[in-house]
Design a protein around this ligand. Structure first.
Ligand code: ADP
Ligand code: F6P
Length: 324
């Protein structure tokens, strides 16, 4: 293992830069050449690369986004695309590849390993926290704090105007961001794809809180939740059934993916980056490096993808206790 390539792929996440920095500096520490691939799998197919040294990654640990840029690359989903990528990896002299990304990126990485026997190690980088084998993905902690700050601000208007706010948060098909931010901001209800909450129970909950003297409420809705067709339709339906509540919808969108990473994400990114390089040097292949109870652990990529992450339903139960 003399040359290690690194790329970021899929949705960017705060902490990716800290991880790239750790990969580059660990390579330098172990006297390995490090090649950065620009724009994820697109750069691999187009052979868009740059050699990275210790100084190339100065001043990026505190920056959101990814200094190597990212992409969603359709061509990599085809065998022809992956063959081009493999040939470029061989031509640049890479002996292993570190992929920082989410489940889609890992699916691609696994194919590269299986089809071409190319060594790959994955670092979980997604705000969604939807990978098995790590309690935290890179960017999740920062996103939670961003959401919490945003909803704290929305709450000022909710209280001032006696309104009900439905706040949609990201998470694709996973409810981690909604559940944890919802608990942190004291949401009236938290709607997540993992738990089917009926429309009637939402109305019941809102009526009960109104009766107890509550004048404003916030419902946090995960983007993948299926209670309504979408959050706007759900809001209209609630308004039809609860005439006394003026309702507003706020979709937080991509502000959740940006910003300077929290201390947690910087430290996590550093640990995962160092371990990913060490793993390749030790001859490990097809694994994701993650964290569990403060310990760095490895999980086969196929398990990281298919193993079911468990949402902590206790948090949902406790959130409901908070609303009695
Ligand atoms: P994330 O990694 O954040 O989940 P995506 O799902 O968009 O983001 O995946 C990122 C990239 O990974 C895709 O654009 C594509 O290049 C690659 N990828 C995703 N799914 C597959 C697949 N089934 N086969 C090969 N490559 C894939
Ligand atoms: O996977 C991260 C994520 O931010 C999801 O939470 C969200 O559904 C998706 O990416 C949005 O993707 P895009 O930036 O392509 O709109």
């Amino acid at each position: 293992m003399n040359t290690i390539a690194v790329l970021t792929s899929g949705g960017d996440a705060p902490g990716m830069n800290s991880s790239i920095r750790a990969v580059v500096r660990s390579c330098a520490h172990y006297n390995k050449k490090c090649i950065g691939i620009i724009r994820g799998y697109s750069g691999l197919i187009e052979n868009d690369t740059k050699v990275l040294n210790t100084r190339s990654v100065r001043g990026i640990i505190n920056r959101g986004g990814t200094f190597l840029y990212s992409a969603r690359c359709e061509e990599f989903k085809s065998i022809e695309g992956r063959k081009k990528a493999y040939e470029n990896l061989k031509a640049m002299g890479a002996d292993g590849l570190i992929i920082i990304g989410g489940d889609g990126s890992f699916t691609g990485a696994l194919k590269l390993k299986d089809e071409f026997n190319f060594p790959v190690i994955g670092i979980p980088g997604t705000i969604d926290n939807d990978l098995f084998g790590t309690s935290h993905t890179l960017g999740y902690d920062t996103a939670l704090n961003t959401v919490m700050d945003a909803i704290d601000k929305i709450r000022d208007t909710a209280i001032s105007h006696h309104r009900l706010f439905l706040v949609e948060v990201m998470g694709a098909d996973a409810g981690y961001i909604a559940l944890n931010s919802g608990l942190a901001i004291g949401a009236q209800e938290i709607l997540i794809p993992e738990v089917n909450m009926s429309f009637d129970s939402i109305i019941k909950s809102l009526k009960k809180s109104k009766k107890s003297g509550k004048t404003s409420s916030i419902i946090v809705v995960a983007e993948g939740d299926k209670t309504g067709k979408n959050v706007f339709e759900l809001a209209s339906k609630i308004e039809e059934n609860l005439l006394k509540y003026e309702t507003r919808v706020s979709v937080l969108g991509h502000i959740q993916r940006g910003g300077s990473p929290t201390c947690f994400d910087r430290v996590l990114g550093t640990q995962l980056g160092v371990k990913a390089v060490e793993a390749l040097i030790e001859g490990k292949n097809g694994l994701m490096v993650g964290i569990d109870n403060g310990k760095i652990i490895f999980t086969p990529l196929n398990k990281a993808l298919k193993g079911k992450t468990k949402i902590n339903k206790e948090l949902l139960r406790m959130s409901q206790i908070m609303n009695t």
